[in-house]
Structures are given as C-alpha cells and as structure tokens.
Ligand binder design. Structure first.
Ligand SMILES: C[S@@+](CC[C@H](N)C(=O)[O-])C[C@H]1O[C@@H](n2cnc3c(N)ncnc32)[C@H](O)[C@@H]1O
Length: 482
C-alpha cells in the first residue's frame, strides 16, 4: 500500500474533517497501516458504517468538564476483569483456580505478599504475574484513576496525552489510563464523545511482564489509543529516550523495586526526564507501608532539591521546601468491590488472605514548571509555623496546616496528621468529637492534602513520641481553605 501520510497531513490541514475513503480504496487496510500516525497528526478517528471518519482536533486543556465524579471507580471494569481471567486461563488452563494450579496460585499470592512488603522483588515468572494480577492489580488500577481524576480536576490534562508507564509490569497504569480516558470521552454531550488522543510508551525489564502487557493491551485496545511496543530496558540504565512531548510520566510501585539508594532512585527519574518539556507531570506512587512511604518522601525531597516542585499532595505553606525524609503519609481512597477472579481464588479456607480491596497509597506528583495544586501561603501576622511549637507548649495559637491523613484516632477522639512544611517533627490535630460543632465541622470536610486554618488551638507535647498534638477545644475556630 502507498504511503498516504503526506496526503493525510495535507487533507487534515485543509479540511479538518474527512473520510479515509477519500484517500484509499481499501479503508480497513489503510486504517491498519496508518493508524499509528493519527496521534502525531492530531487526528481523532471514529468508525462510521464501512468507513473511518477522521477529525483534526485542536489540542487544548480538558479543563474541568462538568461533574464527572462517576468516573471514580468502585470496581474493575468488566472488560478488564475478563481480559485478566483470559490471560490467567491462557497460562493455567480453564480450571485455573481449582486443584494444583489453584493451590500454586494461592501459594504464589502469599509469597508475593510477604516478599513485596519487606524487600525488593526479583524477576517475574508466569506464576508471579498471575498472582500479581489476582491480588495487587485491581487496587493499583483503581487508585491510579483517582489520581488521574485529580489531575483532570486541577486542569493538568489535555485532550492529547502522551503518557509513559515506567516499570509497567502487566500494564496496570496503561490499562487504567485507557479505561479512564475512554469513559471520559463518553461523558460528551448528546452522545458526541469528547475527542481524546492517548499515546502510551512503557519501560519494563521483565520479559514475562511484557508478554502479559501485550496480551492485556491487545484485548482492550481502542481506536484512539496508540500503544507503543514496550521498551525492554532497566530504568537504571536507559539507552532510549522518552518522547520529548511526553505529558505524564508514571512510576507506579516501581521505585520500591529499585532499592533504597536515594541517589540512584532520583537519577532513574531525572535521566528519563532530561529532554521532557517543562509542563510534564511526574507521578510517583508507592505502597502506603512505612518503609516504602518514607523512602518515597526521601526520593521526593531529593527531586525537589534538583529543581522539581511538588504539585500535590503537600503544600509548602511557608514558602520553603520541607524536609520530608522521615515523613510517613498516604491517602486512603476507600475500597473497591472484589473482582470475580479474586473471589474465585480465595476459595473456602481463610478467603480474607486473598482479598485486597483497600486503596491506600503514598504518592508525589511533581512538576518542572512550579505549578502547585494549592497555591496557598500563610501570613506570619496571623499564624505560627509548626516549627515554633516547642517554644509555645501549653499556649493557645493559630496555625495554617494541611491535613495529611484520614482519621487515625477513633470515633470519639479524632486524630489527623498535619503539616505546614516547616518542621520534620510529627504534628497532629486532636479533635474530640463532642467539640465538632459550628466551624469546627470543617475538619470533617477536609480531604487529604486540604488546608485548614485553625484558630485558638492548644499546643501539647507528647514526650513519648516526640510529637505535638494541637488540641481542638470549644473555643477553637476552623476554616477549610482548599
Ligand atoms: C510491582 S510491579 C508494578 C507494576 C505496575 N507499575 C503497577 O503499579 O502495578 C514493578 C514492575 O517494575 C519492574 N521493574 C523493576 N525494576 C525495574 C527496572 N530497573 N527497570 C524497569 N523495570 C523495572 C518490574 O519488572 C515490575 O514489572
């Protein structure tokens, strides 16, 4: 078949909207051969009858398009669930969850759970891949969509996105993005989809994971998503470069596999981004346990010293970079419904061991251009930085802080981790339920990372934990800022 790319470019510029049959007789063949160019030519494609309708989009921010909170997932989509089961069947047969294979898979899940939380994981086998899909995949898939939603709500996503999935594994992030943007496209008015073009490049060192990535992405591919062949490389010694127009670079649960040498973890990020535009968004996501979470913050701190700024979750309320090296903070996104395959493998004996439905993750979203989610600064005339608490124990003060946890107390005595970026000493907001009336109810409305101004709170030092508790009393006033 002739190369019709120059003609595609010319007609796209001239007409903006056209049919593939205007350029080729065999439209299906032309589509197959040239669809990889649609992304670069800004062409959005829809199947119409026996033809393909191509429209040149103008690349712009997706902005904040109405209420799309239904995009937040409570479970894996049925087609993703089916694709995962089809992959597992291809490796372990139709009765994969029964007999020997079921037993081997359950053992693999248990082994992976233990190893995963304690030390760097090694190479993957087919058994490891399947165990990962059965246990870890659903939660990681769904929590990433919450983070995408956050980027969308913050106006950081365009209708043409080049995403890099680093340490892609089976394609958790790739598939979550494909599903998110296809559902977002479906939120258009009167049945007209919002045209969105997505290109995904990925880096992965494990051949087995790449095989799984290929299987799952080929089952779920859609016309306006261009999935490049995964690059089989180590992020610690990349030979190829990411596209210079990459918009979003995601490291999901991969830093934990790079060990705890902070310099090499940070280098893995910076070397991949050396040619990226200044408006690139970098997302680092790690498990919420203390070891992986604090290591993530240390990597975040090192990247901030190298010139990245933190978009979210934290706000540098006093305008100075924080010292996050020992900070343990994660977001609780709630839980998902267990997918059918998880229930199938759980079986009868101690099924809870195979259930993984709580979405809790530590993450850092970084930018190169200084954009932050909450551009808030405290006024010295009104508030006291938390770094001054040691001189004010027992006194009543005003503070401006970010809420950095969900309630870690109990129903009667609520406790939230708080931070203003001024001190590495742990600080908490202690709010007895019986005081939560009037403006103090704002504490309950604050989400993870949101900023509250707290007036007239009592400073208490907790010697045992070398921490400060800021006590909410009947005289305290609270204002939720952002
Ligand atoms: C825990 S899995 C995470 C997969 C996926 N990103 C997710 O969040 O579900 C970690 C993946 O990172 C890959 N990985 C680990 N070290 C790597 C390296 N140095 N270079 C490239 N990939 C790496 C592993 O092979 C594995 O597939």
């Amino acid at each position: 078949m002739n190369d019709i790319v120059p003609a595609l470019r010319e007609i796209a510029d001239r007409k903006g909207s056209f049919y593939l049959s205007e350029l080729a007789e065999n439209v299906d063949e032309a589509y197959k051969q040239h669809k990889a160019h649609f992304f670069d030519l800004d062409l959005y494609c829809t199947r119409e009858g026996n033809d393909y309708h191509l429209r040149k989009i103008s690349v712009e921010s997706l902005g904040r398009i109405g209420d799309i909170s239904e995009l937040l997932p409570g479970k894996l989509p049925a087609n993703v669930e089916a694709a995962i089961e089809s992959y597992i069947k291809s490796k372990f047969g139709r009765g994969w969850n029964r007999g020997d294979s079921g037993q081997r898979l359950r053992e693999a899940v248990m082994r992976q759970k233990e190893r995963y939380w304690s030390a760097a994981a090694g190479k993957y086998s087919a058994l490891d891949m399947a165990a990962y899909l059965l246990y870890h995949f659903p939660v990681y898939f769904c929590q990433f969509q919450y983070l995408l939603y956050d980027l969308l709500a913050g106006g950081l996503l365009k209708n043409k996105i080049c995403m890099a999935d680093i340490g892609a594994g089976p394609g958790t992030i790739t598939l979550a993005a494909m599903d998110f943007f296809s559902r977002l496209a479906g939120t258009g008015n009167k049945g007209n989809p919002v045209p969105i073009l997505l290109k995904i490049v990925s880096v992965e060192r494990s051949e087995e994971a790449i095989g799984c990535y290929r299987h799952l992405t080929s089952e779920l591919g859609t016309p306006n998503v261009l999935i490049e062949e995964p690059r089989r490389e180590s992020v610690l010694s990349m030979k190829s470069d990411l596209p210079t127009d990459v918009d979003l670079v995601v490291f999901s649960n991969v830093l934990s596999e790079l060990g705890d040498n902070q310099a090499s973890r940070a280098r893995a990020v910076t070397s991949l981004l050396k040619n990226a535009n200044s408006n690139v968004t970098v997302m680092l996501i790690e498990p919420a346990d203390r070891t992986n979470s604090t290591r993530l913050r240390a990597t975040q701190g090192m990247l901030m010293r190298k010139g990245f700024t933190l978009y979210s979750p934290c706000t540098m309320i006093w305008g100075r970079a924080c010292q996050p090296d020992n900070c343990w903070s994660f977001e609780d996104f709630g839980s998902i419904e267990a997918p059918g395959f998880m229930k199938k493998i759980a079986g009868a004996g101690e099924p809870y061991k195979y259930m993984n439905t709580d979405m809790k993750a530590s993450y850092a979203i970084l930018r190169k251009d200084g954009t932050v989610k909450r551009p808030y600064r405290a006024m010295r005339t009104k508030f006291m930085p938390l770094s001054q608490l040691s001189k004010n124990t027992g006194k009543v003060v005003n503070i401006a802080v970010a809420i950095m946890s969900s309630n870690i107390g109990d129903e009667l005595d609520l406790l939230y981790k708080i931070c203003d970026g001024s001190t590495p000493v742990p600080c908490y907001l202690a709010a007895p339920r019986h005081h939560l009336s009037g403006s103090r109810k704002d504490i309950l409305r604050a989400g993870y990372g949101d900023i509250v101004e707290v007036y007239c709170t009592l400073v208490r030092y907790n010697k045992k934990h070398n921490a400060y508790n800021m006590l909410v009393t009947g005289s305290t006033e609270v204002r939720l800022v952002v």
